[in-house]
Design a protein around this ligand. Structure first.
Ligand code: 5GP
Length: 204
């Protein structure tokens, strides 16, 4: 019997360098019911990033056209670039009963919570700010100026962790993944998500 009646909308935020890409990749590997929303962005691809896999990379003109056509569930200007969650794809995935993870920053997360109060918001914390700084430098993909800008943003984002329903710490990736899987499992088992299953039990 499938205990899970419907997919969950999960908002996952973390300052840059907290390992959310690795955590999300592991989550998807370990639970095939977890799908990821692919955002649209005007930022340039980093080395190894693929269009349609990591993001839909696009121009400012095209992004602004999508805004006008109401194509985004939410969007923000983060730093100098636009990032947005395509609306149609999310609705389609939720309809299939899969859980959909939006990997978005704090502003967008707040906007999603307003639209979908039932969304499960999870904030990934670094073990410490000094470790975060070390990880950003090791990544080696950005300039010193970019790193300092991201560290400043990280500090303000961490101030907003209190707006999230759950906090997990990414010191060890597998522990962090296990924590998120436990959160999702518990959310699936909430009464509101179990009504269909209860009816099936009663009627059989
Ligand atoms: P990055 O440039 O490092 O890939 O992403 C920068 C920030 O933008 C990250 O915090 C990432 O989670 C966030 N982000 C990515 N896509 C979206 C989106 O569609 N909406 C919002 N609000 N934030 C996004």
């Amino acid at each position: 019997m499938d205990l899970m009646d419907k997919g969950l909308l999960v908002v996952l935020s973390a300052p840059a360098g907290c390992g959310k890409d690795t955590v999300l990749a592991e989550l998807k590997k370990q639970d095939e019911n977890i799908k990821q929303s692919i955002s649209m962005t005007t930022r340039l691809p980093r080395e190894g990033e693929q269009n349609g896999v990591d993001y839909y990379f696009t121009t400012v003109e095209d992004f602004e056209k999508n805004i006008k056509e109401n194509g985004f569930l939410e969007y923000v200007k983060y730093g100098v670039n636009y990032y947005g969650t395509p609306k149609k794809a999310i609705e389609e995935m939720l309809d299939t009963g899969k859980s959909v993870v939006l990997k978005i920053e704090v502003e967008g997360a707040g906007n999603v919570r307003k639209l979908y109060p039932e969304a499960i918001s999870i904030f990934i914390m670094p073990p410490s700010l000094s470790e975060l700084s070390r990880r950003l430098k090791n990544r080696g993909t950005e300039t010193e100026e970019d790193i300092n800008r991201r560290l400043k943003i990280a500090e303000t984002e961490i101030q907003r962790a209190k707006e999230y329903k759950y906090i997990v710490i990414n010191d060890d990736v597998q522990t962090c993944v296990n924590d998120i899987l436990a959160i999702l499992k518990a959310e699936h088992l909430k009464y509101d998500n179990m009504k269909n299953t209860i009816n099936e039990i009663i009627n059989n």
